[in-house]
Write a protein that binds this ligand. Structure first.
Ligand code: ADP
Length: 541
């Protein structure tokens, strides 16, 4: 755009308005302003500008452009006016925001060129304004939309990734569940098949008594296996729903291990394995639920037997290490690949080999081991040098607080300090002798008898203050033996306690009718026994 020559108009004042100019200016749809001098005083405003600006032209003429049309900070209009006035070179400025003009922002672009005076030097500047508000707003919206598209594209990408990994996880869960159901059906069907075959054999005529006994043994074993599976499943669900409660008491680790070994015997002997047990000379007392803890070591011993070729060697050892009991179950079996060690304790994990599957199991034993040990404040770890190199499972458990280590002495003192004469009558010799030994250890004088008749005779001779008597016994059962004792002249004195596996109310009534004072359910809780001895009355004959 060329500089406007005032001389072209043929007048000395470059801002004078001949008719034609006025005509052009007024009819032009393009808003225009003519400013004069260094302060850019408005000399003329056309009607397009007045209507764009929303003011009457008369209110603008005579005022400096910057004052009449104030610009926002950073808007370069004033600077451009100065430059065009001083250089005479036309310039353009695009998209300037004017907030002061309207309450809502408007955007103008400017074209400016110099108005030359008679001396050929700029006397002022012609400002032509283009309202580009709509375009600018549209552009801004487009930019914003682009940005949000970009953001939502990224978000969508993230969501797609998350959905993909979620669906992979779901698929893995479904597969794991299907695998578990298949294994469980297999595990339950096996013993059922064996039991159904056993039933068939028992029903058929001509089976020798010895063969029938063997069949019954087999059925008992299969039933036990099923019960164990169902119990394990129930434990898993109790743990998952937070309903598993421990019944903690002071227990001797050795007794817990003995229980576990006894239960695992059939599997160990069945595999022709040798079991080597090494225990420390001093007892290690734990604050524990003995049933759950025995389950831990039973699982580890069973696994050692299951995952060893016939004729293997299983070592069970326990030691005390500071405040911890450390129990190790080591085998010379098939071992565990290093990659499988970290996930071994997860539920339903079975190291993937047909041979292992053939050993049976649901893959939940080790997860229960970990949970039970954890509930006792301990930890368990698995070690193996790899396939064929055997495995070792090491359990760490906190030992009971020091004060409790004195338990046996404390029990003896609580039992009244004085010793009592106690008779134990049970046809299970081991049970009777163990209980009698425990009572002697507590400071009492104890004897045992192994059937009802012998019990009555021993009572007549020994005159015990307390008789602990089993109910189901040969020759004379516990009820009858009690009646006979009570019928003797000395028979009112002894405190008579029934030992039984049954704790229903009607059983309690039956024992009371037979003359018993108390009814204890097996296995006898030593603490409850101690309390009872301390509290029982002393009766003279
Ligand atoms: P299950 O024995 O029912 O499969 P567990 O949870 O007891 O389930 O054991 C999980 C897996 O750990 C077993 O399937 C087996 O692959 C592996 N495992 C456990 N104990 C041993 C062991 N002593 N030797 C070798 N592998 C073992």
């Amino acid at each position: 755009m060329a500089a406007e020559r005032a001389t072209d108009t043929g007048v000395a004042d470059p801002f004078a308005f001949p008719r034609l100019c006025r005509y052009f200016s007024e009819r032009s749809p393009q808003p225009m302003v003519a400013v004069e001098g260094t302060t850019h005083v408005i000399r003329h405003v056309n009607s397009a500008f007045a209507s764009l600006f929303g003011r009457d032209a008369a209110t603008l003429v005579g005022r400096p452009f910057a004052e009449a049309v104030p610009e926002g900070a950073g808007n370069g209009c004033q600077a451009l006016l100065d430059r065009v006035f001083h250089t005479g070179v036309p310039e353009e400025l695009v998209e300037q925001e004017h907030r002061q003009v309207h309450p809502r922002p408007v955007y103008w672009s400017y074209s400016m060129w110099a108005i030359l005076g008679a001396d050929e030097r700029p006397a002022g500047v012609m400002v032509q304004v283009t309202d580009i508000t709509e375009t600018a707003l549209f552009r801004q919206q487009a930019v914003a939309m682009n940005e949000s598209l970009l953001v939502s594209g990224t978000r969508q990408h993230e969501l797609t990734n998350a959905a993909e990994s979620h669906s992979v996880q779901l698929q893995a869960d479904v597969q794991a569940r299907e695998h578990f159901l298949a294994v469980m059906s297999h595990e339950l069907r096996n013993p059922l098949n064996a039991m159904s075959a056993g039933l068939h054999l028992l029903k058929s005529d001509g089976q020798e008594p010895a063969a029938a006994e063997k069949t019954r043994d087999m059925m008992r074993r299969q039933l036990n296996q099923m019960v164990r599976l169902v119990d394990d499943l129930l434990d898993v669900s109790r743990i998952a729903t937070g309903k598993l409660e421990l019944r903690k008491e002071q227990v001797d680790l050795e007794a817990v291990l003995r229980d576990a070994v006894e239960s695992s015997r059939p599997l160990i002997d069945g595999g022709g394995h040798e079991l080597v047990v090494s225990l420390p000379p001093d007892p290690i007392l734990l604050d524990a639920d003995s049933t759950r803890l025995a389950q831990v070591f039973l699982n580890l011993l069973n696994n050692a037997a299951k995952y060893s070729e016939p004729g293997g060697c299983i070592r069970l050892s326990a030691r005390r290490d500071g405040g911890e009991a450390v129990v190790s179950v080591r085998d010379t079996g098939i071992g565990i690949p290093a990659a499988d060690l970290p996930r071994l304790f997860e539920a339903f994990v079975q190291v993937d080999a047909e041979w292992r599957r053939a050993q049976g199991g649901l893959g939940i034993g080790l997860s229960l081991v970990k949970e039970f040990v954890g509930l006792h404040g301990g930890r368990v770890e698995a070690r193996s040098d790899g396939p064929g190199m055997g495995s070792e499972f090491v359990v760490h458990l906190p030992v009971a607080a020091e004060a409790a280590v004195e338990l046996p002495v404390a029990l003896a003192e609580k039992a009244g300090g004085s010793h009592r004469r106690i008779l134990v009558v049970d046809d299970n010799r081991d049970a009777a002798e163990t209980l009698a030994m425990m009572l002697e250890f507590m400071g009492h004088e104890a004897r045992s008898a192994y059937d009802g008749e012998a019990g009555v005779a021993a009572a007549a001779e020994f005159r015990p203050e307390l008789i602990l008597m089993d109910l189901g016994m040969p020759k004379l059962n516990g009820y009858e033996a009690a009646r006979r004792i009570r019928a003797e002249p000395w028979g009112r004195a002894p405190f008579l306690v029934a030992l039984t596996g049954w704790g229903a109310d009607e059983d309690r009534q039956r024992t009371a009718d037979a003359g018993f004072d108390r009814h204890l359910v097996k296995p006898v809780d030593p603490a409850a026994l101690t309390r009872m001895i301390a509290e029982m009355p002393t009766r003279s004959p």
